[in-house]
Design a protein around this ligand. Structure first.
Ligand SMILES: NC(=O)c1ccc[n+]([C@@H]2O[C@H](COP(=O)([O-])OP(=O)(O)OC[C@H]3O[C@@H](n4cnc5c(N)ncnc54)[C@H](OP(=O)(O)O)[C@@H]3O)[C@@H](O)[C@H]2O)c1
Length: 342
C-alpha cells in the first residue's frame, strides 16, 4: 500500500470511529428503550457482567442446561452459573468439545453432545438429560451460527433456521417436562437485535429452503433470530398457568467466534472501531444469566430483554399471530422428533 492509500484508509477509519462514537452518544441521549409495563426493572445495565448480575445468589441445588458452551457467551454462562453453585449440563457439538468446556467446572458441570442440525442428536441429548432425572430450573438456548457465506440446507431447510431455531425447538419440546418439574423453571432463548434483518414479512414460510431469490446471510440470520424470539413468545403463551416461564434476550454486540464467517474487511473493521460499541464477553453473557436467575423475575414471561432489562422490541418480534403460525409450521417440520401431542 502506498503512502496516499495508507493515509486514505487511516482517515476513513478515523471518520468511521468518530461517527460510531457520535451515533452511540446520540442513542444514549435518546434515553433507554421503552419498557413493557409490569416487568420489574433491574439495577443492572449495558456494562454489567454475568458475575455482577448473579453476585450474592446461591444457586446450589439448581440445574441449568446451556447449549453451546464451547465458545463465547455459552462458555461464560457455564463458568458463572457453576461459580454460583448451579449444576450445569453443558452442550457442545461433540462430547469431547463439551468435556473440554466443562472441565474447569469439575463436578459442577456435565458435558453433553448436541448437534443442533441433527435432530437425532438433539433427541439423544434430551433423552440423556431426562435419564438423569433432574428437574431443569433453567434451560438456556444459546448456541447459534451467523453469516454462513453460502446457502446451506439441512433437511431441505436453510441452515441458520435449522441450527438457531428448529434444533432448539425440538430440544425444548423434549425437555419441557423437566422444566415443568422444577419449582420455577425458566427457558431463556438467546435471540438478537439482528432480527430486524429478517425479510419484510417476518418469516418466509414459503421459502424456508432459502432457494427463492438471492441468498443473503444477514437476512437468513435475522429470520432465524426473529424465530427465536417468536418461539419464546408463543412458548410463554402456552406456559401460562404453569410454574414455568419463557423469555428471549438480545445479548448485545460482542466479539466472539460468531463472526468467524465474516469477510476479512468486516473483521478488520471490528478490530478498528468495535471498541466504540461492542461489549466484553462477560457483559455479553450478563443478560441471559440475569433473566435466568434474578429472583424478582420469577413469573415474568413472554418478554424480550437487553442490557439486563426488559425492552419492547417492536415490529414482528411482538406479532403473536406470526408466533402461533411459526409454532405450527415448526411442529410440522420436526414432528417425527417431538414427543406425542406437542
Ligand atoms: N456475539 C454477538 O455479538 C451476538 C449478538 C447477538 C446475539 N448473539 C447470539 O448469542 C448466542 C451465542 O453466540 P456467541 O456470540 O457466543 O457465538 P460463538 O462464540 O460462535 O458460540 C456459539 C456456540 O454455538 C455452538 N454451535 C454452533 N453451531 C452449532 C450446532 N449446529 N449445533 C450445536 N452447537 C452449535 C458453537 O459450537 P462450535 O464452536 O463447535 O461451532 C458455540 O459453542 C448465539 O445464539 C448468537 O446468535 C450473539
Amino acid at each position: 500500500m502506498n503512502r496516499r492509500k495508507a493515509l486514505a484508509v487511516a482517515g476513513a477509519v478515523a471518520v468511521a470511529g468518530a461517527g460510531a462514537l457520535v451515533a452511540r452518544r446520540a442513542w444514549r441521549a435518546r434515553g433507554a428503550p421503552p419498557v413493557p409495563p409490569g416487568v420489574p426493572l433491574g439495577p443492572f445495565g449495558k456494562d454489567s457482567t454475568a458475575e455482577e448480575v448473579t453476585a450474592g445468589l446461591d444457586l446450589t441445588g439448581k440445574v441449568a442446561l446451556v447449549t453451546g458452551v464451547s465458545s463465547g457467551l455459552g462458555a461464560e454462562t457455564l463458568r458463572v452459573l457453576t461459580l454460583r453453585g448451579a449444576h450445569v449440563l453443558g452442550t457442545a457439538r461433540t462430547r469431547e468439545k463439551a468435556a473440554q468446556a466443562c472441565a474447569a467446572a469439575g463436578a459442577r458441570a456435565t458435558p453433553l453432545a448436541l448437534e443442533l442440525t441433527d435432530f437425532d442428536s438433539v433427541a439423544a441429548c434430551a433423552d440423556q438429560v431426562r435419564r438423569l432425572g433432574m428437574p431443569l430450573d433453567l434451560l438456556i438456548c444459546n448456541a447459534g451460527v451467523m453469516a454462513l457465506p453460502q446457502l446451506e440446507q439441512v433437511y431441505g431447510i436453510e441452515k441458520h433456521f435449522v441450527t438457531n431455531h428448529l434444533g432448539h425447538f425440538v430440544l425444548v419440546h423434549r425437555l419441557l417436562d423437566s422444566v415443568l418439574a422444577a419449582r420455577e423453571g425458566r427457558v431463556v432463548v438467546v435471540s438478537s437485535r439482528g432480527y430486524i434483518w429478517a425479510p419484510p414479512g417476518g418469516i418466509e414460510f414459503d421459502n424456508l429452503s432459502g432457494t427463492r431469490g438471492e441468498y443473503d446471510a444477514n437476512r437468513a440470520y435475522g429470520q432465524s433470530k426473529l424465530a427465536n424470539g417468536l418461539f419464546s413468545l408463543e412458548l410463554a403463551r402456552r406456559l401460562r398457568g404453569t410454574t414455568a416461564t419463557s423469555n428471549s434476550v438480545h445479548p448485545g454486540i460482542i466479539r466472539t467466534n460468531l463472526g468467524r464467517h465474516f469477510s476479512p474487511w468486516k473483521k478488520q473493521l471490528g478490530e478498528w472501531i468495535g471498541w466504540t460499541f461492542m461489549k466484553s464477553i462477560p457483559a455479553g453473557a450478563a443478560t441471559q444469566c440475569y433473566v435466568g436467575t434474578y429472583p424478582p423475575l420469577a413469573g415474568v414471561s413472554g418478554h424480550y430483554f437487553m442490557n439486563c432489562n426488559p425492552a419492547v422490541p417492536g415490529g414482528h418480534m411482538e406479532d403473536e399471530e406470526l408466533a402461533a403460525r411459526l409454532w405450527d409450521v415448526s411442529v410440522e417440520l420436526t414432528r417425527a422428533y417431538l414427543p406425542p401431542l406437542a
